[in-house]
Design a protein around this ligand. Structure first.
Ligand code: DGJ
Length: 710
């Protein structure tokens, strides 16, 4: 049984093959954390006294013998009494009391086989407030998905000032090290690694979206883990609005990592019988290093998060080729070219609607621009279909340009405060999705587009963060709910659209990778990783993305050289190999490609389709990191380990350094594999142990090595 309960000791163990998570009710009814780490086969191995009554963690003058001290580890700590770490819950009751206590009430085990769920209900001993803590165990992934539901079971309202998803506790210790993702526009998801010092480290977004600057993912190790070995505790939050992850480390060695909706400028008004459900926070423990952590998260996203199965199609997107200059004729010509390469989905980006000739006007007016498409979109869509491709369209539903019919008609629909400017960014303002009529309007417009046109794909963009988040029409006590209501509004519209148009796929984009998280991946089939399409810059962005998110949902385009990195030109194959590491797309101006380039590209698209199952559904190994050397190598291994693909990219290098040998992983030791460029088949153990010789000459050269079991 993966969820064990010892009734006498009131203790639970959530066990998978590779990890154990333990919790218990203490003598005063509080829910304590026991352990999170290597597998403990016997329940008896869970020693309550060690963890709960350890003399460590006492304040001065705090009685040693009584359980519970300021540094004790609560599963869902509430702010009340002598609790000084980051709380998960902070609330004010109607009478003004701002102190919450939580004690065990009951528990329940449910869920399907392979993913059983423990729900522990806590209550305040005096006030009518309950918290239901959900722990869903993905046994074969060694992952635990957690969220909380806070319920007001009384008659008077309660104000929540902080309601996080979960707190993870690491074994008491020092020398912990944090790995996290940070960046900026066109340089998203860069990997940073640093010592966890005493005090707090806060990773967060206050921008209303996930943000380019930080990503809701963490990994903590003891300072010694490598890509493939060592203990790593990790987690990723499924939320696309303001979020925070706090590492709270004290001199007793307590390290708590809590996360959820950001409490900054947050307050949630909970009326009688209302509940607040937090986003989920998935976490895990592995002894297989950072790669092991990533592979578990990838499988989790593919199996339990993504809204659709099957392959992601090879797409063409015309943004970088034509920018706002879209019209029926040119898009049609591009479509012909794309189809000749074997592209499966043709996407028209920004510029097809309203008066959208540049980024100063038109957002909000989602009718087809008749100058560019005099006969509407239908003739182009038909042409695309006759070429054997699906058709996709770009939208940016959450936004308006002040120069638009929608804004002229509804200037009050944007977030704003009176007596304050409405700050524009990229000449646009943000629609208030907390307002029902705005959500209804957006659903109707998008639904109409999908009803009237045969569209199979929507790229949903968001090109600015929120500012002046005023919603003064709402009752005062609800106005700070906007941050949560905005993200929920996006989810709600996407959910309704998916239900009504199940054949339509969605791509999440926010000026590139500003909305990359497990929350949006419940509604979007893929993500636009970054606007930076330079194939070399991309390697670091893609590596960081791969820490938490699967290749299948990582859109990568083969683009024209020269825009992001001036004067850097890379061969077609280097550009393709860089982009083939995720879901392949093409964003170049194919009208300017030579016949030879088209031929080579066509061959590579064909090849990608043959191996995409391994890339999109397989396990990923980061063999050589672009952060650490002049050669990057990334490997994908099919679920049955019979097929594998390795991309090797030789980046700018010096001193005649030879290409390092590449050591594959994840193969079957005793099987024989045929290897590209190697005459005789080799055993898996020989390949993994002795490596593969790759010889690449010159900067920005690359190779793709296939391994197939004979
Ligand atoms: C930002 C996106 O990241 C680009 O791919 C493109 O869609 C532009 N917006 C269009 O305005």
């Amino acid at each position: 049984m993966p969820i064990l309960f010892d009734g006498e000791r009131r203790l639970w163990a959530l066990r998978s093959g590779g990890a154990t998570y333990g919790l218990a009710v203490d003598g005063e009814g509080r829910l304590r954390h026991l352990c999170f780490g290597p597998p403990l086969p016997r329940l008896e191995d869970l020693d309550r006294t060690d963890e709960i009554s350890s003399p460590l963690g006492r304040e001065s003058f705090f009685p040693w013998e009584s359980p519970g001290g300021p540094n004790e580890r609560y599963e869902y700590p509430a702010w009340g009494g002598m609790y000084y770490h980051e709380p998960c819950l902070k609330a004010t009751f109607d009478d003004g009391v701002r102190d919450v206590r939580l004690v065990y009430e009951h528990h329940d085990t449910r869920g399907d086989e392979g993913a059983p769920e423990l729900v522990v209900t806590l209550r305040d001993p005096h006030y009518p407030l309950r918290v239901h803590l959900h722990f869903r165990l993905f046994e074969e992934l060694d992952l635990l998905e957690r969220y909380a539901v806070v319920e007001n079971v009384g008659r008077a309202p309660v104000t929540l000032e902080q309601a996080l998803s979960a707190a993870w506790h690491l074994p008491r210790g020092r020398d912990y090290r944090l790995t996290h993702l940070a960046g900026r526009f066109a340089a998203e998801t860069q990997i940073f690694r640093e010592a966890v010092s005493l005090g707090k480290k806060v990773l967060e977004s206050r921008r209303g979206n996930t943000s380019h600057h930080a990503n809701p993912f963490f990994a903590v190790d003891r300072g010694t883990a490598t890509e493939e070995w060592g203990e790593v505790w990790f987690g990723a939050l499924g939320w696309s609005g303001n979020w925070k992850i706090v590492l709270d480390h004290d001199a007793w060695g307590v390290l708590q990592v809590s996360g959820g909706v950001n409490d900054f400028d947050f307050a949630w008004h909970l009326e009688a019988n209302e509940t607040f459900e937090t986003p989920s926070f998935v976490g895990g423990y592995t002894r297989e290093g950072f790669g092991g952590a990533s592979r578990a998260l990838h499988r989790y996203a593919r199996r339990h998060v993504l809204p659709s199965g099957g392959h992601r199609p090879v797409l063409y997107n015309s943004w970088e080729a034509t920018y706002f200059d879209v019209d029926e004729e040119t898009q049609g010509e591009l479509a012909e070219k794309a189809a000749s390469l074997g592209v499966e989905l043709f996407v028209v980006d920004d510029g097809w609607f309203g008066e959208r000739n540049d980024d100063r006007r038109g957002l909000g007016d989602w009718w087809v621009n008749r100058e560019k498409f005099p006969r509407g979109l239908e003739p182009l869509i038909e042409r695309v279909h006759s070429l054997g491709m699906d058709f996709g369209l770009w939208v940016e539903p959450e936004m308006v340009n002040p120069d638009s019919d929608l804004y002229r008609e509804h200037p009050d629909w944007v977030y704003h405060f009176p007596n304050r400017p409405r700050t524009e960014s990229r000449n646009q303002l943000v629609l208030n999705l907390a307002r029902r009529e705005v959500r209804e309007h957006l659903f109707a417009v998008l639904d109409g587009l999908l009803e009237e046109n045969e569209i199979s794909f929507i790229k949903w963009d968001m090109n600015r963060p929120l500012s002046e988040p005023g919603w003064l029409e709402a009752p005062k006590e609800r106005q700070r709910e906007v941050w949560v209501r905005h993200a929920r509004g996006v989810y709600e519209i996407l959910k309704r659209l998916r239900e009504k148009h199940p054949g339509v796929a969605f791509e999440s984009c926010s000026s590139g990778g500003g909305r990359v998280d497990l929350g949006i991946l419940r509604y979007a089939d893929q993500i636009w990783t970054s606007d930076n399409t330079d194939p070399f810059d991309r390697l670091k962005i893609q590596e960081g993305y791969s820490m938490a998110y699967p290749a299948k949902a990582m859109m990568c385009w083969v683009a024209d050289p020269g825009f992001w990195a001036k004067n850097r030109t890379a061969s077609i194959s280097y550009r393709f190999h860089s982009a083939m590491m995720g879901s392949l797309g093409i964003g170049a101006n194919l009208l300017e490609w030579s016949e030879e380039e088209m031929e080579e590209a066509g061959r590579l698209v064909g090849h990608y389709k043959e191996i995409r199952d391994v890339i999109q559904e397989g396990d990923q190994y980061r063999l050589l990191s672009p952060r650490e050397g002049e050669t990057t190598a990334v490997q994908y291994v099919s679920g049955n380990r019979r097929a594998s693909v390795i991309f090797v990219l030789r980046n700018p290098h010096q001193f005649l350094d030879p290409t390092p040998r590449v050591y594959p992983r994840g193969l079957k030791e005793n099987s024989l594999y045929r290897v590209t460029g190697v005459e005789e088949p080799r055993s898996g153990s020989a390949l993994m142990g002795r490596g593969i010789e790759v010889s690449l000459e010159g900067d920005l050269t690359s190779a793709m090595i296939e391994l197939t079991e004979t």
